[in-house]
Design a protein around this ligand. Structure first.
Ligand code: G1P
Length: 291
């Protein structure tokens, strides 16, 4: 089972980042000098994927533009000898990687967004990545780790991590049976339960490797939590007929769907950056000494 296709649902309105997202797609907000979406795309490339499907809406042209060739800019950088900058825009996608843009005409939920990609994905297993969840790891990316598990188990795999008990309402929550240190067999899945209704504190993070039969389940998935067609509900139907595993990935997740996570991710990347490390640590020391 070779997973080559990744679906990026990017049709959200990004209201948590208004007013910036009035004109700018949330996925184009930068962490240092790279847009959020590029971190997810790089993780997909590291995992060997070569078909990137963006499920977008009519306001998100910037994402298509970003992955397109910028002839004029390239010519200017070339003429002025700025080779490093030139390489930085030419290397965004390696040769042989293709992008496909699919429109989600109405914002009916994550499950519906994934279903919109069906004509491109076909009947092969595929990945879904939510760019909001930025996962940083020194070793291989989370998606690559998951693909190894999926190939071994011949099954669908979803990324999970433990969250504080009072945060279950922000996530899909899993009930499962432990297989090994990082792996569990999923027995149930519920979207955004209140802490008192949550079967555990094991939360779904925005990385999924799914059997293509998920589309049949999504076709019949009814409106769920928040009045939306939920991917979680589709997977809950899938696991009744095919195995689904939950994998505790190695790496640090930042929830870039809100301001705090965005700032934490930016600071983390800055501290890891050779050039920025010194000045950022100095600034933090300065603030801490005043506390
Ligand atoms: C989505 C999923 C949820 C998952 C979360 C991970 O929720 O519906 O199951 O736990 O992503 O980030 P959203 O963050 O879009 O509300």
């Amino acid at each position: 089972m070779r997973i080559r296709t990744v679906v990026f649902p990017v049709a959200g309105l990004g209201t948590r980042f208004l007013p910036a997202t009035k004109v700018l797609a949330k996925e184009m907000l930068p962490l240092l000098d790279r847009p959020l979406i590029q971190y997810a795309v790089d993780e997909a490339l590291d995992a060997g994927c070569d078909t990137l499907v963006f499920v977008t809406n009519r306001y998100k042209h910037a994402i298509a533009d970003y992955f397109d060739k910028a002839y004029e800019l390239e010519a200017k950088l070339e003429a002025s000898g700025k080779h490093e900058l030139l390489a930085s825009i030419q290397d965004i996608l390696p040769k042989g990687v293709r992008t496909v843009f699919v429109t989600q005409p109405e914002a009916l939920g994550l499950g519906h967004a994934v279903l919109c990609a069906r004509p491109v994905v076909g009947d092969q297993p595929f990945a879904v990545m939510l760019a909001d969840d930025m996962i940083w790891n020194r070793g291989h990316g989370a998606l690559r780790q998951m693909i190894e598990v999926a190939e071994h188990e011949h099954a669908s795999v979803i990324a999970v991590e433990d969250v504080p008990a009072d945060q279950t309402q922000r996530y899909g929550i899993v009930s499962s049976e432990v297989v090994s240190e990082r792996l569990s067999r999923v027995r149930g899945l519920i979207e955004k339960p209140r802490p008192e209704d949550a079967p555990s504190t094991l939360a779904v993070v925005g990385r999924y490797l799914l059997d293509a039969s998920i589309f049949d389940h999504l076709e019949t998935t009814r409106v769920g939590a928040g009045g939306e067609i939920q991917l979680t509900d589709g997977i809950a139907a899938l696991l009744k007929v095919k195995p689904v595993f939950a994998y505790r990935f190695q790496g640090r997740r930042f929830d870039c769907g809100n301001r705090l996570g965005m700032v934490q991710a930016t600071m983390h990347l800055a501290i890891e950056d050779a050039e920025l490390h010194g000045p950022i640590v100095a600034l933090m020391r300065e603030h801490l000494s005043r506390e």
